[in-house]
Design a protein around this ligand. Structure first.
Ligand code: PEP
Ligand code: MG
Length: 585
């Protein structure tokens, strides 16, 4: 038995069998084969080529939906490379003459081509070398056994162990209902993979360093993501101990649910509002039982990433309308596709040098308007109950807002003309997650009805720290004085023009961070549904007047560690029961 420590990022306690998932590119070793195996190796290669061709075709179709024909040509270039008989002949020759496995022959061929391309100064060859690397690595991945599709072949539920996985892979795996838990070597606490696990109530631990080296396929695991530990091959005594802990945890969660009917008031009767973030439509059916008084953020890009879902106007209209009616009279905030960065197919993300600063979200859709127009139209059309609000992500400049408003006017006109416009206009909001957008607030009185702070990205872009990179996660802090300052600025500026602000990043669902926000004067919080009951327990237990006094003193500190320490200690002095979960288990 061994114990591996990590960071508990989605709570829960489960036991099950491990399944190793190879999604990251692994180092390829020079493995020799006998002459007898050459034919088999060539057969493996040809099979992988077929599989890769099929995948490229699918990506091509998906890309065309978002970016239109021109951009999809990039995938066609990769298909052409793959169909190039010289390239394949060269790999086969290497297998035959050097007696090596196909993976190594591919790597050697890649090396040769890259060396040639790098000696040519013309920039277009740089793109070509990316294409060649991409397509050859995809080929290597398709040579591997037990990757990607193997989860479907598993007989029961498993605990997935991986280096890291992309949100699109995570969405596919998690929706298959086969995941009991998730263990990642790396990962970021606000990465979309982790967000998805939290929303779906799948216990997850990340930042384990090298769990994939210590765990083998099929190993029995106990995953305790309350304390942040994975136990490999637990002894019978540990199995009993974990079962008891798991039962206690379930009881605790059930008790929390009973809070859902309590009024949203602090002890000194200060009002707050708790909403749910959802990623997929089916979640809307359960959020009210967790105590959500509406949906504060519907991340529709996960529908977009789910290749099985249709994005036609009619289908989207029906989905939005039914969620809005279910949640009525509470609000449903629908965020338009926040596609790009890590939320795209890996092949699409790779098309850019720096996807986090590139063509994403509204930037992408102001270039290729069709999918955006269809979505906006479906949202406007669905608002017959009057509780739908539309939210635009990743706003940088006021020109974008003007362009979006012009599209909304156009789609409204079309719907009116078709006799399908409901009586009510949707309220319009923007995400404040790129720091530059904060300076626009004062100019938006007439254009914007509400704001939503995406703290995950606001921290990322303000502190220049990748939200998905565990190497720099120590810097990803909501207690940095600059971040506290910008939050105060947002609250003051929005109050001046009389607009509502909701916090919808991950910090809204974390006890001490949410208390800090409440003490700053924010009242609307949107979070993963599983966190709502816990936040409600904490908020209903404190006095707003105490919080305000504590938070008012934060600006005397210059460092995130002092701020965090002062805040937690002051709160625990006043309310020792705040950390009940940690003490119970
Ligand atoms: C955020 O950035 O905080 C946010 C809510 O959006 P997302 O996490 O989907 O980028
Ligand atoms: Mg964001």
């Amino acid at each position: 038995m061994i114990r591996i420590k990590g960071k508990a990022v989605s709570p829960g306690i489960v036991m099950g069998k491990a399944m190793l998932y190879n999604s990251a590119r692994e180092a390829v070793r020079a493995e020799k084969i006998s002459e007898k195996s050459v034919e088999r190796e060539i057969w493996r290669l040809e099979n992988a080529v077929k599989k890769t061709q099929a995948q490229l075709k699918k990506i091509d179709r998906d890309l065309q939906k978002v970016m239109g024909r021109d951009s999809a040509l990039i995938i066609e270039t990769q298909s052409m490379l793959l169909n190039d008989s010289h390239l394949l002949a060269e790999i086969k020759t290497k297998i035959k003459s050097n007696l090596v496995k196909a993976e190594w022959a591919i790597k050697e061929t890649e090396k040769k081509y890259l060396q040639i391309f790098h000696t040519i100064p013309d920039l277009s060859f740089k793109t070509k070398s990316n294409d060649i690397s991409d397509v050859l690595n995809r080929l290597i991945e398709n040579l591997k056994k037990g990757s990607r599709s193997s989860l479907a072949a598993q007989p029961g539920q498993v605990i997935l162990v991986a280096d890291d996985i992309t949100p699109s892979e995570a969405a596919k795996l998690m929706s298959s209902n086969k995941l009991l838990g998730l263990v990642l070597n790396k990962g970021g606490e606000t990465s979309h993979t982790v967000i998805l696990a939290r929303t779906l109530g799948i216990p997850a631990i990340m930042d384990t360093g090298n769990a994939t080296d210590s765990i083998a396929n099929g190993d029995p695991l106990a995953l305790d993501s309350v304390s942040g530990e994975v136990i490999v091959q637990p002894t019978p005594a540990v199995v009993t101990e974990i079962s008891i802990k798991s039962e206690k945890y379930q009881i605790y969660r059930e008790q929390l649910k009973t809070l859902s009917q309590l009024p949203e008031l602090t002890r000194d009767r200060h009002q707050f509002h708790l909403y749910a973030n959802i990623e997929l439509p089916f979640e809307s059916e359960i959020v009210q039982s967790y105590g959500a008084k509406g949906i504060g953020l519907f991340r529709t890009e996960f529908m977009y990433l789910d290749s099985k879902m249709s994005l036609a106007e009619e289908e989207q209209y029906l989905i939005y309308k039914s969620i809005a009616q279910n949640i009525f009279p509470h609000p449903l905030v629908i965020r338009t596709y926040d596609i790009g960065r890590d939320k795209s197919d890996a092949a699409v993300a790779k098309l850019e040098e720096n996807p986090s600063l590139g063509l994403m979200a509204v930037r992408m859709f102001l270039k290729k308007r069709e999918p955006f127009k269809i979505q906006i139209k479906a949202i406007q059309r669905a608002n017959s109950s009057g509780n739908i609000r539309i939210l635009f992500p990743m706003i940088t400049e006021i020109e974008e807002i003007h362009a979006i408003k012009a599209i909304m006017a156009e789609t409204k006109e079309e719907l009116l003309h078709e006799g399908r416009y409901p009586k009510k206009d949707v309220a319009v909001g923007i995400m404040l997650e790129i720091p530059a957008a904060v300076s626009l607030i004062r100019h938006l009185q007439d254009d914007i009805d509400f704001f939503s702070i995406g703290t995950n990205d606001l921290i990322q872009y303000l502190l220049a720290v990748d939200r998905n990179n565990s190497e720099v996660s120590y810097l990803f802090s909501p207690f940095h004085p600059a971040f506290i300052r910008i939050l105060n600025e947002i609250r003051q500026e929005a109050a001046k023009i009389g607009k509502e602000v909701t916090i919808c990043g991950e910090m809204a669902g974390k006890c001490f961070q949410a208390l800090m926000l409440l003490g700053m004067g924010f009242t609307n919080f949107s979070m993963n549904a599983m966190a709502i009951a816990e936040i409600k327990r904490v908020f209903t237990q404190i006095h707003y007047s105490h919080l305000r006094k504590i938070v008012a003193r934060l600006d005397q500190f210059s460092s995130r560690s002092e701020i965090e320490e002062f805040l937690t200690e002051s709160l625990l002095d006043l309310y020792p029961d705040l950390l009940i979960r940690q003490r119970l288990f």
